[in-house]
Write a protein that binds this ligand. Structure first.
Ligand SMILES: Cc1ncc(COP(=O)(O)O)c(C=O)c1O
Length: 445
C-alpha cells in the first residue's frame, strides 16, 4: 500500500491569514466504518460559508423583519441593511456610480434577467465553451455562438470578427471570467476592449472568478457583472447583476408583483425604475446581507486568499502529474493563468466511480460529469485525447488545506494501482457504494 503513497513536499509554513470557513472540522463517515475530516474539493460548485458571514447572519437574525414597507424599527434596520448591501457590492466590483445593483438568486438568474432586458434586436456573441448559465439565456436569430478558441489570442480575434459581422443595432458580448471546467482565466479586459471598439456591451460571468480574484468593472471595462453568493462563501440564496442601468430601466420587469410598481390602478400599472423594478416580491434580506459580508471579507483579504489558492493549486497540479494515465483538461497552455479548478480523466478509470470511491473511502468531495458546460467539456475531453464521456473536477478554496490535496493525490494513486476496496453499483446512472453503511446525520431523521 505504501508504494501508492507519494511524497509531496509539505506546504511552506507561511501563516496565511485567510478567513475561516464554517464546517472546517466536519467529520464524515467512510464505508469502512471510520470517520475522517471532510476534504471539500468542490468549492467550484458551492463554497462553504465563511465564519464572518455566519456571524453577520447571526447578528442580523434577531432584527429580521420586513424590508421597504414596514414602519417598525426592525423593518427600518433591515431596509438599511438591504439597501446598504448594494453599496457594498458596488464597492466589491468597483462599479460606476450610476450602475444598478440588482439582487437575484444567483448568476443564472442574473444572466437570465439581463437576457430579458436586452433591447429588441440585440445581437449577442457568446463562446460555446460557456457554462450553460451564460450560454443559454440568449435566444433568437441574432445569437452567434463561437467555437472553442485554441488560444486567448484566438478568442480575441474570433470575438472581433464576429462583432464586425453583426447587423446594425445593440450588441452584447458574453465573457466568462474563469472556466468552471478548467479554471482557466479568460482575457477579459482584452475581449472587452475589442467589444468596445465594435460598439458592443459586455457581460462578465464572474461566478467562478469573483471568489478567487478581485473583479474590477472599471479596470476590465465591462458593462455588466453577474455573481453568485453560494460560490462566494455566502450560501444564503442571493446573487447579483451589477451594471448599466439604462437597458434595465427600459426593460419589462423581470418579475411582476409588489415592490416593482409605482402605481397600480384597475386597468393599468406604472412600474418603478431602479433595481426594485426587477426585484418584485419580498426580498432575501439575509442572503443579501451574507453576500455583502462575504464581499467585504474577501476584499479585505485578497493577497492572502490568492496566495493560499495559488499554493494549493501548484501543489495539486504537481501531485496530479504523478498519477499514471491522468489527462488534465485545458483549452490554453499548461502554464496559462487559472483559478483553483482542475478537471481530468484517468485512462481506464470511470470518472463517476472514481468520484464515488474518493467520497466513500477517503472522505473527499469532488464532482464528476460535464459540469453544466456540456459542449465545452466534450470538446476538452476530445482535445485531451480522452475516451471518457465525463470528467472528474477538483476545486480548491478557503476551506481547502494541503492535507486535503495530498489525500486526494494519494487516494487517486491508490485507486489507480489497486482499485476501490468497496463494491459499487450504478443507481440511476450514478455510482454508489453497494449496501452503503454510512450513517446520515441525525437531523436527516
Ligand atoms: C462559470 C459559471 N457561470 C455560471 C454558473 C452558474 O452559477 P449559479 O448556479 O450560481 O447560477 C456557474 C456555476 O457553476 C459557473 O461556474
Amino acid at each position: 500500500m505504501s508504494s501508492a503513497v507519494i511524497d509531496i513536499p509539505k506546504q511552506s509554513d507561511v501563516d496565511y491569514r485567510i478567513p475561516a470557513v464554517v464546517g472546517r472540522s466536519l467529520q464524515v463517515p467512510l464505508v469502512t466504518g471510520e470517520h475522517i475530516g471532510y476534504a471539500n474539493l468542490d468549492h467550484g460548485a458551492s463554497a462553504p460559508c465563511l465564519e464572518p458571514v455566519q456571524s453577520a447572519v447571526d447578528e442580523l437574525l434577531p432584527w429580521y423583519a420586513s424590508v421597504h414597507r414596514g414602519a417598525g424599527f426592525a423593518s427600518q434596520v433591515c431596509t438599511r441593511v438591504y439597501e446598504g448591501a448594494r453599496d457594498k457590492l458596488r464597492a466589491f466590483v468597483g462599479a460606476r456610480r450610476t450602475d444598478s445593483v440588482i439582487f437575484t438568486r444567483n448568476t443564472t438568474d442574473a444572466l437570465n434577467l439581463l437576457g430579458r432586458a436586452l433591447p429588441r434586436g440585440t445581437s449577442v456573441v457568446v463562446f460555446d465553451t460557456e457554462h450553460h448559465a451564460a450560454l443559454l439565456p440568449w435566444s433568437g436569430p441574432r445569437v452567434r455562438r463561437l467555437p472553442a478558441p485554441e488560444t486567448p489570442a484566438d478568442a480575441i480575434a474570433a470575438l472581433d470578427a464576429a462583432l464586425a459581422e453583426c447587423q446594425e443595432g445593440p450588441r452584447l458580448a458574453v465573457i466568462t471570467g474563469a472556466s468552471n471546467v478548467t479554471g482557466e482565466v479568460w482575457p477579459v479586459a482584452e475581449l472587452a476592449k475589442v467589444a468596445r471598439r465594435r460598439g458592443a456591451r459586455t457581460v462578465l460571468d464572474a461566478a467562478q472568478l469573483a471568489p478567487h480574484r478581485p473583479v474590477r468593472i472599471g479596470e476590465l471595462d465591462v458593462d455588466y457583472v453577474a455573481i453568485s453568493g453560494h460560490k462566494l462563501y455566502a450560501p444564503f440564496g442571493a446573487g447579483a447583476l451589477i451594471g448599466r442601468a439604462d437597458w434595465l430601466n427600459a426593460a419589462e420587469p423581470y418579475l411582476a408583483g409588489g415592490g416593482a410598481t409605482r402605481l397600480v390602478q384597475e386597468r393599468s400599472v406604472s412600474w418603478t425604475t431602479g433595481p426594485e423594478r426587477h426585484e418584485a416580491g419580498s426580498p432575501n434580506t439575509v442572503g443579501v446581507h451574507a453576500l455583502a459580508k462575504a464581499c467585504e471579507t474577501l476584499a479585505a483579504n485578497w493577497p492572502d486568499v490568492v496566495e493560499h489558492e495559488e499554493t494549493l493549486l501548484r501543489r495539486l497540479r504537481a501531485g496530479l502529474r504523478g498519477v499514471p494515465g491522468l489527462r488534465e483538461l485545458r483549452l490554453f497552455d499548461a502554464d496559462h493563468d487559472r483559478v483553483g479548478v482542475v478537471s481530468f480523466t484517468i485512462d481506464g478509470q470511470d470518472p463517476g466511480l472514481l468520484a464515488a470511491a474518493l467520497s466513500a473511502e477517503h472522505g473527499i468531495g469532488v464532482r464528476d460529469g460535464l459540469f453544466c458546460a456540456h459542449v465545452a467539456t466534450r470538446r476538452l475531453l476530445s482535445r485531451a485525447g480522452s475516451d471518457a464521456d465525463r470528467a472528474v473536477r477538483v476545486s480548491v478554496g478557503l476551506g481547502t488545506t494541503a492535507e486535503h490535496v495530498d489525500r486526494l493525490v494519494n487516494a487517486l494513486r491508490r485507486l489507480v494501482a489497486m482499485g476501490p476496496v468497496w463494491r459499487y453499483e450504478q443507481v440511476d446512472g450514478r455510482w454508489v457504494p453497494a449496501d452503503d453503511p454510512r450513517p446520515v446525520p441525525d437531523f436527516l431523521g
